[in-house]
Design a protein around this ligand. Structure first.
Ligand code: GAL
Length: 415
């Protein structure tokens, strides 16, 4: 029966894809994983603007659900392999782009950058993350922050907690008191969210310098510092609901909203979910702090769009990329998406509440910026996939030594 259902669904999906692709050529197909609450609003607004500016052109939103691209990336990989790319697809700035560039799947956008003056309006560090072998391959639409801990002010008050923990040691102390009151200290979601948690624990425990060295090969996963940080991660996980984890990041946050769990570590796409979908207000209903031990550090990622080789409508794709990189596009998209603009000249006044704070932190010259592991900045896809498998086993069986040895060895094998 299950096989039959899968077959029928695949055939229907195939037919609908055929209908989309066969529906005439006057359309732009944009591929992302922005569906569902808190994800789709910014994209929908951009799509509407695109269609208004290009009368007669249909914007085909080919989004595949699943936080952090957990499903979308796999489906995209098979489409790229079959030389059936959309007209533009989402990638993160950073090493996530490397495979596409090396295998010739994306076109060089350096000329478009010069034409649009983008090298002057995007931060240099960001452009560096979009540059491979001297050429630029994607257009960033935003900046997100990964190292954040979300909580409900009411729950903290009810439990008599003084505030969010400033270190993971303090979190573990609070966790005892929280458990004694019958609540879950930390809500987690699917595997990618557990890696997201690992990344923030490593950052908090090691500090920015060592975190960076860990991912550029300058610090061993077997070193005493990392061993201690992984030990902390294991304890943090034990204080979470990992055995009954949520299916995605929105239900993960729902546990915090209902008060069954006290904290959740998640990126600031959460702010859009809380503000737009749940109609909650920063500092009234919910609050957020840098994840323990990372105050003053911005663990960044950036959603960017590409021009695939073999795109059916490269002319429309270029127009889409111009919208993504424009001041108007970024001002429209980001307040809805719960991110801040990649452009340095975008209007700060549009960013209220949490986003105002995020923008101020991002632009503060004293803020230390590092790149996200889970969201494509500091590790290539092969290494990230190896970390995923090893982490899955670590979470299941708790063998920390094996995890560290595997990841250490895989770093060398995947460079
Ligand atoms: C990230 C992406 C964000 C957001 C998040 C949750 O990888 O960069 O824009 O979509 O996943 O799905």
């Amino acid at each position: 029966m299950a096989i039959l259902t899968i077959l029928v669904v695949s055939v229907l999906a195939g037919l609908s894809m055929f209908a989309v692709r066969g529906a005439g050529n006057n359309q732009l197909e944009v591929y992302s994983w922005w569906t569902g609450p808190g994800e789709e609003d910014g994209l929908a607004a951009m799509a509407k603007t695109f269609e208004a500016a290009n009368p007669g052109v249909r914007f085909v939103n080919a989004a595949v659900s699943g936080g952090a691209g957990s499903n979308a990336k796999a489906i995209l990989a098979s489409r790229l392999l079959a030389n059936d790319p959309p007209d533009s697809y989402q990638r993160h700035a950073g090493l996530e782009l490397l495979d596409d560039v090396r295998s010739g799947k994306v076109q060089d956008l350096t000329e478009l950058y010069h034409e649009q003056g983008w090298t002057k309006v995007f931060p240099k560090g960001l452009v560096d993350n979009l540059t491979i072998d001297g050429r630029i391959y994607a257009v960033p639409v935003n900046i997100h922050r990964a190292n954040l801990m979300w909580y409900s002010l009411k729950t903290l008050k009810d439990l008599g907690l003084p505030g969010p923990p400033k270190t993971w040691a303090e979190f573990l102390q609070q966790a005892e008191a929280i458990k004694a009151k019958g609540r879950t200290p930390l809500a987690v979601g699917p595997e990618w969210s557990q890696k997201h948690l690992l990344e923030t624990v490593l950052l908090g425990e090691l500090g920015a310098d060592k975190y960076e060295r860990l991912f550029n090969g300058g610090l061993s996963w077997l070193s005493p510092d990392v061993t201690a940080a992984l030990g902390t991660f294991a304890k943090v996980l034990a204080a979470s609901d990992v055995k009954s984890s949520a299916g995605d990041w929105q239900p993960q946050l729902d546990k915090v909203l209902s008060g069954s769990a006290v904290y959740a570590v998640m990126g600031d796409w959460s702010s859009s979910y809380l503000e737009q979908s749940k109609k909650l207000r920063w500092k009234t209903d919910y609050d957020v702090a840098a994840s323990p031990g990372t105050d003053g550090v911005y663990d960044f990622l950036s959603d960017s769009f590409t021009l695939p080789t073999g795109a059916r409508r490269p002319d429309l794709a270029r127009k889409w990329l111009v919208e993504c990189g424009s001041t108007a596009g970024q001002n429209l998209f980001n307040p809805l998406k719960g991110s801040i603009p990649a452009r340095t000249d975008a209007d700060a006044g549009l960013y209220k509440g949490y986003l105002g704070w995020a923008l101020q932190q991002w632009r503060d010259p004293n803020t230390r910026i590092v790149g996200s592991l889970t969201h494509g900045v500091v590790a290539n896809n092969a290494y990230n996939a190896e970390i995923d498998s090893a982490l899955g086993l670590f979470v299941q069986h708790g063998d920390q030594g094996k995890f560290a040895r595997t990841v250490e060895q895989q770093f060398r094998e995947t460079q």
